[in-house]
Design a protein around this ligand. Sequence first.
Ligand code: SF4
Ligand code: SF4
Length: 280
Amino acid sequence: MSDDASETLPSSPITPIKLELEDNFQFSCHKGIGCFNKCCQNIDIQLTPYDILRLKTRLGISAREFLFRYTVPFEMDGHGVPGLKLRTRDETPQCQFLGADGCSVYEDRPTACRYYALGLMSMRKKDSPVDEDSYFVVKEDHCLGHYEPKVQTVAAYRKSQGVDTYDELNREWRQVILKKRSCGPTLGKPSDRSLQLFFLASYDLDGFRDFISTASFSEVYDVDPAEHQQLLNDEVALMRFGFRFLKQSLFGENTIPERPGALEKRLERRRERLRAQETT
Ligand code: SF4
Ligand code: SF4
């Protein structure tokens, strides 16, 4: 590549070196650093279901209120699969949670904030049942953390930032997204109903709890009463059940037992809905 050509290319903050868990990288972020909070002044943060659960619990508000006040929607792919990003403060690109002393929700900050300055790349080889994760360093001009002397492995950094817990709890959701992407057009365009269910199970945990409390849910799904009660009382269990539910409703995986004849009843209800729509 000529020098002229390289001058016209946009520069990327991503260092093109693939890191594994035991690889070292140099980075440290701390309160006394000259760039403290610079990264929170211009954000683009995608939220995961567990991020939302932690933040809404910390703020003591419902999932719906959190979504309304603190998120903006975006489309994750060309088929309308809904994603959510953290809403910025008023007309600025600044994070709403940034206070004079730094992050006001630090113990419950989202996964993306925990990862920074590492990026994650998940891939699944053809015919492999598991995803393979690798990492890369994101080196932005404003971030002085890369010039601090501390060297650590990716694994040690992940642990220090609490990433392991977040990744473990979001793993099945990430699998749903990856599978949805890798199936591409073979799955066809998702129906409005399946997109609504995706939103409900992924982001609106209170709405999803209401949904599994309905008679029509119990008519279709054969969930053990003790497990059902636990889902109503334990939000992490409910969130994980939601991921199983998505695998079933999006890909037909048999993750939640259905009652005999449930499919026929569901189809009949759908037909009734369509008939009712036609006559109005
Ligand atoms: S949540 Fe906290 S760490 Fe993340 S961008 Fe906002 S202020 Fe910064
Ligand atoms: S070192 Fe980087 S991550 Fe830490 S406050 Fe500065 S800009 Fe943000």
